[in-house]
Design a protein around this ligand. Structure first.
Ligand SMILES: Cc1cc2nc3c(=O)[nH]c(=O)nc-3n(C[C@H](O)[C@H](O)[C@H](O)COP(=O)(O)O)c2cc1C
Length: 337
Protein backbone atom coordinates (compact mmCIF):
# COMPACT_ATOMS: atom_id res chain seq x y z
CA UNK A 1 0.00 0.00 0.00
CA UNK A 2 2.99 2.25 0.53
CA UNK A 3 3.37 2.55 -3.22
CA UNK A 4 -0.23 3.26 -4.09
CA UNK A 5 -0.89 6.80 -5.28
CA UNK A 6 -2.82 9.19 -3.10
CA UNK A 7 -4.87 12.21 -4.07
CA UNK A 8 -5.43 15.37 -2.07
CA UNK A 9 -7.86 17.51 -4.04
CA UNK A 10 -6.33 17.76 -7.52
CA UNK A 11 -2.87 16.82 -6.30
CA UNK A 12 -1.90 13.30 -7.27
CA UNK A 13 1.02 11.92 -5.25
CA UNK A 14 2.71 8.83 -6.65
CA UNK A 15 3.15 7.00 -3.34
CA UNK A 16 2.46 7.41 0.38
CA UNK A 17 5.99 8.40 1.34
CA UNK A 18 6.40 11.90 2.78
CA UNK A 19 9.50 13.83 3.69
CA UNK A 20 8.32 15.96 6.62
CA UNK A 21 9.57 19.51 7.06
CA UNK A 22 13.01 19.60 8.65
CA UNK A 23 14.92 22.81 9.37
CA UNK A 24 18.28 22.54 7.71
CA UNK A 25 19.80 25.69 9.23
CA UNK A 26 21.49 26.33 5.90
CA UNK A 27 20.06 29.71 4.91
CA UNK A 28 21.60 33.03 5.74
CA UNK A 29 20.24 36.02 7.53
CA UNK A 30 18.35 36.88 4.32
CA UNK A 31 16.30 33.64 4.43
CA UNK A 32 17.04 32.94 0.75
CA UNK A 33 17.06 29.50 -0.85
CA UNK A 34 20.61 28.47 -1.79
CA UNK A 35 21.90 25.93 -4.31
CA UNK A 36 22.32 23.59 -1.37
CA UNK A 37 18.58 23.66 -0.63
CA UNK A 38 17.72 22.96 -4.26
CA UNK A 39 20.09 19.97 -4.29
CA UNK A 40 18.86 18.69 -0.94
CA UNK A 41 15.17 18.60 -1.90
CA UNK A 42 15.77 17.50 -5.51
CA UNK A 43 17.76 14.51 -4.27
CA UNK A 44 14.77 13.23 -2.27
CA UNK A 45 12.59 13.62 -5.36
CA UNK A 46 15.15 11.66 -7.38
CA UNK A 47 14.93 8.96 -4.70
CA UNK A 48 11.15 8.73 -5.37
CA UNK A 49 9.75 10.33 -2.23
CA UNK A 50 6.19 11.11 -3.29
CA UNK A 51 5.62 14.27 -1.27
CA UNK A 52 8.31 16.61 0.01
CA UNK A 53 7.40 19.26 2.56
CA UNK A 54 9.95 22.05 2.68
CA UNK A 55 11.23 22.99 6.13
CA UNK A 56 9.58 25.54 8.44
CA UNK A 57 9.76 28.79 6.51
CA UNK A 58 9.29 32.06 8.36
CA UNK A 59 6.37 34.30 7.46
CA UNK A 60 8.44 37.08 9.00
CA UNK A 61 12.02 37.39 10.12
CA UNK A 62 10.90 37.60 13.77
CA UNK A 63 8.97 34.38 13.18
CA UNK A 64 11.94 32.27 12.12
CA UNK A 65 13.09 29.57 14.52
CA UNK A 66 16.68 30.61 13.87
CA UNK A 67 18.37 33.15 11.65
CA UNK A 68 19.47 30.28 9.40
CA UNK A 69 15.93 29.30 8.40
CA UNK A 70 14.30 29.95 5.07
CA UNK A 71 11.92 32.88 4.78
CA UNK A 72 9.05 33.95 2.58
CA UNK A 73 8.28 37.38 3.97
CA UNK A 74 9.46 39.27 0.90
CA UNK A 75 8.77 38.98 -2.84
CA UNK A 76 12.53 38.86 -3.40
CA UNK A 77 12.54 35.43 -1.76
CA UNK A 78 10.22 33.86 -4.37
CA UNK A 79 12.82 33.27 -7.10
CA UNK A 80 14.92 30.84 -5.07
CA UNK A 81 11.86 28.77 -4.16
CA UNK A 82 10.90 28.69 -7.86
CA UNK A 83 14.17 26.91 -8.60
CA UNK A 84 13.53 24.49 -5.76
CA UNK A 85 9.98 23.56 -6.84
CA UNK A 86 11.09 23.19 -10.47
CA UNK A 87 13.90 20.84 -9.44
CA UNK A 88 11.45 18.64 -7.50
CA UNK A 89 8.86 18.69 -10.29
CA UNK A 90 11.48 17.80 -12.93
CA UNK A 91 12.03 14.60 -10.95
CA UNK A 92 8.36 13.69 -10.63
CA UNK A 93 7.93 14.76 -7.02
CA UNK A 94 5.29 16.92 -5.40
CA UNK A 95 6.30 19.69 -3.05
CA UNK A 96 4.57 21.59 -0.27
CA UNK A 97 5.91 24.27 2.02
CA UNK A 98 5.49 24.58 5.77
CA UNK A 99 4.71 28.17 6.73
CA UNK A 100 5.66 29.04 10.27
CA UNK A 101 5.83 31.68 12.92
CA UNK A 102 8.01 30.58 15.81
CA UNK A 103 6.53 32.97 18.40
CA UNK A 104 8.22 32.58 21.79
CA UNK A 105 10.53 29.87 20.44
CA UNK A 106 12.23 32.19 17.96
CA UNK A 107 15.96 32.34 18.56
CA UNK A 108 16.64 35.04 15.99
CA UNK A 109 19.07 37.01 18.14
CA UNK A 110 18.40 40.50 16.80
CA UNK A 111 14.58 40.49 17.11
CA UNK A 112 12.29 40.36 20.13
CA UNK A 113 10.15 37.19 20.33
CA UNK A 114 6.37 37.58 20.55
CA UNK A 115 3.68 35.22 21.83
CA UNK A 116 0.05 35.03 22.92
CA UNK A 117 1.20 35.69 26.48
CA UNK A 118 4.39 36.78 28.20
CA UNK A 119 5.25 33.23 29.24
CA UNK A 120 8.74 31.86 28.69
CA UNK A 121 9.29 28.53 26.87
CA UNK A 122 12.13 27.38 29.08
CA UNK A 123 15.71 27.82 30.15
CA UNK A 124 17.90 29.58 27.62
CA UNK A 125 14.93 31.23 25.88
CA UNK A 126 13.86 34.86 26.10
CA UNK A 127 10.68 36.15 27.69
CA UNK A 128 8.31 36.94 24.79
CA UNK A 129 6.22 40.05 24.47
CA UNK A 130 2.42 39.59 24.35
CA UNK A 131 0.96 40.32 20.91
CA UNK A 132 -1.65 43.08 20.71
CA UNK A 133 -4.87 42.41 18.73
CA UNK A 134 -3.52 44.68 15.99
CA UNK A 135 -0.30 42.66 15.82
CA UNK A 136 -2.32 39.43 15.66
CA UNK A 137 -4.04 40.83 12.56
CA UNK A 138 -0.60 41.53 11.09
CA UNK A 139 0.47 37.93 11.74
CA UNK A 140 -2.60 36.69 9.86
CA UNK A 141 -1.75 38.94 6.93
CA UNK A 142 1.84 37.71 6.97
CA UNK A 143 0.70 34.07 6.70
CA UNK A 144 -1.54 35.01 3.76
CA UNK A 145 1.21 37.00 2.03
CA UNK A 146 3.66 34.13 2.44
CA UNK A 147 1.05 31.71 1.02
CA UNK A 148 0.55 33.99 -1.99
CA UNK A 149 4.32 33.95 -2.56
CA UNK A 150 4.39 30.15 -2.18
CA UNK A 151 1.80 29.86 -4.95
CA UNK A 152 3.90 32.17 -7.14
CA UNK A 153 6.93 30.00 -6.41
CA UNK A 154 5.19 26.91 -7.80
CA UNK A 155 4.39 24.94 -4.66
CA UNK A 156 1.73 22.23 -4.96
CA UNK A 157 0.32 22.63 -1.45
CA UNK A 158 0.60 24.62 1.77
CA UNK A 159 1.14 23.28 5.28
CA UNK A 160 0.40 25.63 8.17
CA UNK A 161 2.66 24.87 11.14
CA UNK A 162 0.49 24.64 14.24
CA UNK A 163 2.70 22.08 15.98
CA UNK A 164 5.83 21.81 18.11
CA UNK A 165 5.09 24.76 20.33
CA UNK A 166 5.39 27.46 17.68
CA UNK A 167 3.11 30.49 17.57
CA UNK A 168 -0.16 28.88 16.42
CA UNK A 169 0.37 25.98 18.84
CA UNK A 170 1.11 28.56 21.57
CA UNK A 171 -2.32 30.07 20.96
CA UNK A 172 -3.97 26.63 20.96
CA UNK A 173 -2.50 25.44 24.25
CA UNK A 174 -3.83 26.53 27.65
CA UNK A 175 -0.26 26.18 28.94
CA UNK A 176 1.13 29.01 26.79
CA UNK A 177 -1.99 31.14 26.33
CA UNK A 178 -3.52 32.94 29.28
CA UNK A 179 -5.15 35.74 27.28
CA UNK A 180 -8.53 37.00 28.43
CA UNK A 181 -9.59 38.40 25.06
CA UNK A 182 -11.17 36.68 22.02
CA UNK A 183 -7.93 34.70 21.43
CA UNK A 184 -7.68 32.99 24.82
CA UNK A 185 -9.68 31.00 27.34
CA UNK A 186 -12.24 28.71 25.71
CA UNK A 187 -11.40 26.05 23.16
CA UNK A 188 -13.05 28.14 20.45
CA UNK A 189 -11.04 31.22 21.41
CA UNK A 190 -7.77 29.31 21.44
CA UNK A 191 -8.56 27.95 17.96
CA UNK A 192 -9.53 31.39 16.63
CA UNK A 193 -6.11 32.40 15.30
CA UNK A 194 -5.67 29.11 13.43
CA UNK A 195 -9.11 29.60 11.88
CA UNK A 196 -8.36 33.17 10.87
CA UNK A 197 -5.03 32.16 9.35
CA UNK A 198 -6.79 29.42 7.36
CA UNK A 199 -9.44 31.88 6.15
CA UNK A 200 -6.82 34.37 5.02
CA UNK A 201 -4.64 31.76 3.32
CA UNK A 202 -7.64 30.21 1.53
CA UNK A 203 -8.36 33.56 -0.07
CA UNK A 204 -4.98 33.75 -1.81
CA UNK A 205 -4.44 30.17 -2.99
CA UNK A 206 -6.18 28.44 -5.90
CA UNK A 207 -9.42 26.70 -4.90
CA UNK A 208 -8.03 23.31 -5.92
CA UNK A 209 -4.76 23.63 -4.01
CA UNK A 210 -4.52 21.41 -0.94
CA UNK A 211 -4.07 23.16 2.39
CA UNK A 212 -3.36 21.34 5.60
CA UNK A 213 -2.20 21.83 9.16
CA UNK A 214 0.55 20.20 11.19
CA UNK A 215 -0.51 19.74 14.79
CA UNK A 216 0.94 18.65 18.09
CA UNK A 217 -1.71 16.13 19.02
CA UNK A 218 -0.23 15.38 22.43
CA UNK A 219 1.63 17.88 24.57
CA UNK A 220 2.72 15.31 27.20
CA UNK A 221 1.77 17.69 30.02
CA UNK A 222 -0.97 17.55 32.63
CA UNK A 223 -3.60 20.06 31.49
CA UNK A 224 -1.98 20.22 28.04
CA UNK A 225 -3.75 19.40 24.79
CA UNK A 226 -4.44 15.75 23.94
CA UNK A 227 -5.43 14.07 20.64
CA UNK A 228 -9.12 14.28 21.57
CA UNK A 229 -8.92 17.99 22.37
CA UNK A 230 -6.92 18.76 19.22
CA UNK A 231 -9.48 16.83 17.15
CA UNK A 232 -12.22 18.98 18.72
CA UNK A 233 -10.25 22.10 17.76
CA UNK A 234 -9.77 20.89 14.20
CA UNK A 235 -13.48 20.15 13.95
CA UNK A 236 -14.16 23.80 14.78
CA UNK A 237 -12.14 25.01 11.77
CA UNK A 238 -12.05 22.14 9.28
CA UNK A 239 -14.87 23.58 7.18
CA UNK A 240 -12.64 26.52 6.39
CA UNK A 241 -10.85 24.13 4.08
CA UNK A 242 -8.43 21.76 5.77
CA UNK A 243 -7.67 18.92 3.37
CA UNK A 244 -5.51 16.81 5.70
CA UNK A 245 -3.84 16.83 9.10
CA UNK A 246 -0.14 16.18 9.59
CA UNK A 247 0.03 14.67 13.06
CA UNK A 248 3.03 15.13 15.33
CA UNK A 249 3.47 15.65 19.07
CA UNK A 250 5.46 17.51 21.72
CA UNK A 251 7.44 20.72 21.55
CA UNK A 252 5.09 22.96 23.52
CA UNK A 253 7.33 22.56 26.56
CA UNK A 254 10.91 21.33 26.85
CA UNK A 255 9.66 17.85 27.89
CA UNK A 256 11.41 15.13 25.90
CA UNK A 257 9.26 12.14 25.03
CA UNK A 258 10.77 8.65 24.99
CA UNK A 259 10.06 7.90 21.36
CA UNK A 260 9.83 4.49 19.70
CA UNK A 261 8.84 3.50 16.15
CA UNK A 262 5.23 4.39 15.57
CA UNK A 263 4.82 6.26 18.88
CA UNK A 264 2.58 8.88 17.23
CA UNK A 265 0.50 6.57 15.03
CA UNK A 266 -2.25 6.19 17.62
CA UNK A 267 -2.57 9.99 17.76
CA UNK A 268 -2.91 10.15 13.97
CA UNK A 269 -5.62 7.50 13.96
CA UNK A 270 -7.55 9.31 16.71
CA UNK A 271 -7.41 12.57 14.73
CA UNK A 272 -8.50 10.78 11.56
CA UNK A 273 -11.36 9.02 13.28
CA UNK A 274 -12.63 12.13 15.09
CA UNK A 275 -12.26 14.61 12.21
CA UNK A 276 -12.81 12.37 9.19
CA UNK A 277 -9.80 14.01 7.53
CA UNK A 278 -6.90 12.20 5.84
CA UNK A 279 -3.78 12.10 8.00
CA UNK A 280 -0.03 12.08 7.54
CA UNK A 281 1.58 10.15 10.40
CA UNK A 282 4.94 8.80 11.45
CA UNK A 283 7.77 9.22 13.89
CA UNK A 284 10.91 7.07 14.14
CA UNK A 285 9.84 4.99 11.16
CA UNK A 286 12.90 3.61 9.42
CA UNK A 287 12.05 0.32 7.79
CA UNK A 288 9.85 -0.51 4.84
CA UNK A 289 7.68 -3.07 6.57
CA UNK A 290 6.87 -0.71 9.44
CA UNK A 291 6.02 2.02 6.97
CA UNK A 292 3.74 -0.35 5.09
CA UNK A 293 2.03 -1.35 8.34
CA UNK A 294 1.41 2.28 9.23
CA UNK A 295 -0.47 2.79 5.97
CA UNK A 296 -2.29 -0.52 6.42
CA UNK A 297 -3.39 0.65 9.89
CA UNK A 298 -5.26 3.54 8.24
CA UNK A 299 -2.75 6.39 8.17
CA UNK A 300 -3.03 7.82 4.65
CA UNK A 301 0.58 8.88 4.19
CA UNK A 302 3.66 8.12 6.27
CA UNK A 303 6.49 10.53 6.99
CA UNK A 304 10.13 9.57 7.37
CA UNK A 305 12.30 12.41 8.60
CA UNK A 306 15.73 11.46 9.78
CA UNK A 307 15.71 8.27 7.71
CA UNK A 308 15.38 10.32 4.54
CA UNK A 309 18.24 12.54 5.70
CA UNK A 310 20.40 9.45 6.08
CA UNK A 311 19.18 7.80 2.92
CA UNK A 312 17.55 9.92 0.20
CA UNK A 313 17.02 6.76 -1.87
CA UNK A 314 15.02 5.01 0.85
CA UNK A 315 11.88 4.63 -1.33
CA UNK A 316 13.86 2.70 -3.96
CA UNK A 317 15.13 0.36 -1.25
CA UNK A 318 11.67 0.05 0.33
CA UNK A 319 10.11 -0.90 -3.00
CA UNK A 320 12.69 -3.65 -3.36
CA UNK A 321 12.04 -4.99 0.14
CA UNK A 322 8.28 -4.90 -0.31
CA UNK A 323 8.56 -6.20 -3.90
CA UNK A 324 6.66 -3.25 -5.27
CA UNK A 325 7.15 -1.68 -8.66
CA UNK A 326 8.92 1.66 -8.62
CA UNK A 327 10.31 3.92 -11.33
CA UNK A 328 14.09 4.07 -11.13
CA UNK A 329 15.73 7.33 -12.13
CA UNK A 330 17.03 6.76 -15.65
CA UNK A 331 20.59 7.65 -14.71
CA UNK A 332 20.65 5.08 -11.90
CA UNK A 333 18.85 2.30 -13.75
CA UNK A 334 21.89 0.04 -13.87
CA UNK A 335 22.13 0.22 -10.09
CA UNK A 336 18.61 -1.13 -9.48
CA UNK A 337 18.25 -4.00 -7.05
C1 LIG B 1 16.84 18.28 11.79
C2 LIG B 1 15.37 18.32 12.05
C3 LIG B 1 14.65 19.47 11.78
C4 LIG B 1 13.25 19.50 11.96
N1 LIG B 1 12.55 20.63 11.59
C5 LIG B 1 11.19 20.59 11.57
C6 LIG B 1 10.45 21.63 10.95
O1 LIG B 1 11.00 22.54 10.34
N2 LIG B 1 9.09 21.56 11.01
C7 LIG B 1 8.45 20.49 11.61
O2 LIG B 1 7.23 20.48 11.64
N3 LIG B 1 9.15 19.48 12.16
C8 LIG B 1 10.49 19.48 12.13
N4 LIG B 1 11.18 18.40 12.60
C9 LIG B 1 10.45 17.20 13.03
C10 LIG B 1 10.30 16.23 11.86
O3 LIG B 1 9.46 16.75 10.86
C11 LIG B 1 9.74 14.88 12.33
O4 LIG B 1 8.46 15.06 12.85
C12 LIG B 1 10.65 14.24 13.38
O5 LIG B 1 11.98 14.21 12.94
C13 LIG B 1 10.19 12.82 13.71
O6 LIG B 1 10.22 12.02 12.56
P1 LIG B 1 11.44 10.97 12.31
O7 LIG B 1 11.55 10.13 13.54
O8 LIG B 1 10.99 10.20 11.11
O9 LIG B 1 12.69 11.76 12.08
C14 LIG B 1 12.58 18.37 12.47
C15 LIG B 1 13.32 17.23 12.78
C16 LIG B 1 14.68 17.17 12.56
C17 LIG B 1 15.42 15.90 12.83
Amino acid sequence: MLFQPFCLKNLSIKNRIVMPPMCMYSAGRDGLVTDWHVLHYATRAEGQTGLIIVEATGVEDRGRISDQDLGLWDDGQIAGFKKLTAAVHDRGGKVAIQLNHAGRKSEVPYLEPVAPSALIFGEGYRLPRRLTPEEIRQVITMFADAARRAVAAGFDAIEIHAAHGYLLNQFMSPLSNNRDDAYGGSLANRTRLLGEVLDAVKQVIPADMPLWVRVTAEEYETAGNTPDVVADMLNLVKDKGIDAVHVSSGGLTPFQVRAYPGYQIGFALTIKQKTGLPVIGGGLITNAKEAGQVVKAGVDMVFLGRELLRNPYWPLQAAHILQEAVTWPKAYFRARY
